[in-house]
Design a protein around this ligand. Structure first.
Ligand code: ADP
Ligand code: MG
Length: 340
């Protein structure tokens, strides 16, 4: 038996296997990078459901030309420098893995101009083969172009679905993002045609965006939630019991701005609705929990879909009580609904 050190490209392709499942995962990672860079406007151009092309351009703070090779190197990040930083991390990214992973399974180009700099440059990577940094004109901010996703990983490419399905996954992720970041303008085009525009609004999720994202009926039945205590803040919108769903398809939970799935919080929400929903029906909600980043571990899963709370019980009860109070006034209506 011979033990070998694997080449970098293969290491990156293995890492890509964990976080890059389909075009929507690429969009998610790149848009998160744009948000971490402070973007106010993000343009997303797609071709063939993102399989042929994903191009994401932002007006964030950008990257210096000499930093481009680092940006696409594994475990290189500007977001943390120590264990202490990791424990209080407030950015969406911190693993330094997305760009090298994506670049190892696509034809990739990163082009950027740093704020206050007059030089822009580009770096191309073809299936993991890194080119030279070349000057190129670009306004302040960053453009990442990802073509032919998985062209060199046939096993993955085979699992990609029809254009509509892949586009649907991207749109669902963008909806999730649009709900969390009403302050950022998002423009989406598909196959050369503008397909969606989310205009930048205020910091708080308004009824307008709620309506755009989840439909008129949700917006009409939504109750505003806003409650703080014990260093926790829960805010957002929950649907009155009269508006409920057959599946859990309109349940959006964010912890410090990151969309997550959490069984304990999901349970608390379910409990709060227990008396006012028909058996087997699902509540609809868009809820944001904010707390000191040190009270939550986001380094649980490579794709960061899950978090771990230091005081899960306290948070469970906080969410339960907040929603129970918010729903208290709706009980009579729900009972009338049962009778009618
Ligand atoms: P992470 O987000 O975990 O740091 P990435 O591989 O996604 O890792 O990105 C590596 C680095 O490249 C980031 O830390 C950041 O410094 C830089 N970067 C990536 N995308 C952008 C962007 N859109 N704007 C500015 N800098 C970026
Ligand atoms: Mg990132």
């Amino acid at each position: 038996m011979t033990i070998r050190q694997l080449p970098d490209t293969l290491i990156n392709q293995i890492a890509a296997g964990e976080v890059i499942e389909r075009p929507a995962s690429v969009v998610k990672e790149l848009v998160e990078n744009a948000l971490d860079a402070g973007a106010r406007r993000i343009d997303i151009d797609l071709e063939e459901g993102g399989v042929r092309l994903i191009r994401i351009r932002d007006d964030g703070k950008g990257i210096e030309p000499d930093q481009l090779p680092l940006a696409v190197s594994r475990h290189a990040t500007s977001k943390i420098a120590s264990l202490d930083d990791l424990e209080g991390v407030a950015t969406l990214g911190f693993r330094g893995e997305a760009l090298p992973s994506i670049a190892s399974v696509s034809r990739f180009a990163l082009t950027s101009r740093r704020d206050g700099s007059d030089r822009a440059a580009t770096l191309e990577i073809d299936g993991g083969r890194v080119g030279e940094v070349m000057p190129k004109s670009h306004p302040q901010g960053t453009t990442v172009e990802v073509r032919d996703l998985f062209f060199n990983v046939p096993a993955r490419r085979k699992f990609l679905k029809a254009e509509r399905t892949e586009l649907g996954h991207i749109e669902e992720w963008l909806r999730q993002l649009a709900l969390a970041r009403p302050d950022v303008e998002l423009r989406v085009s598909h196959n050369g045609k503008p397909s969606r525009r989310w205009k930048g609004e205020g910091d708080l999720l308004s009824e307008v965006r709620l309506h755009e994202a989840l439909g008129e009926e949700f917006a009409r039945n939504a109750l505003r939630v806003e409650h703080a205590g014990a260093g926790l803040r829960l805010h957002g919108w929950i649907a009155q019991p009269a508006y409920n769903r057959a599946s859990a398809d309109q349940q959006y939970l964010y912890v410090n701005g990151r969309a997550v799935r959490d069984r304990s919080i999901a349970h608390a929400i379910k409990q709060a609705y227990a008396d006012v929903l028909f058996h087997g029906r699902q509540p609809a909600y868009v809820l944001f929990l904010e707390l000191d980043p040190r009270r939550v571990d986001v380094n649980v899963h490579p794709a960061k879909h899950e978090v771990r709370f230091r005081d899960a019980r306290l948070i469970h009860d906080f969410v339960y009580r907040t929603l129970q109070d918010a729903l208290a006034g709706t009980r009579a209506g729900a009972v009338a609904g049962v009778a009618g």
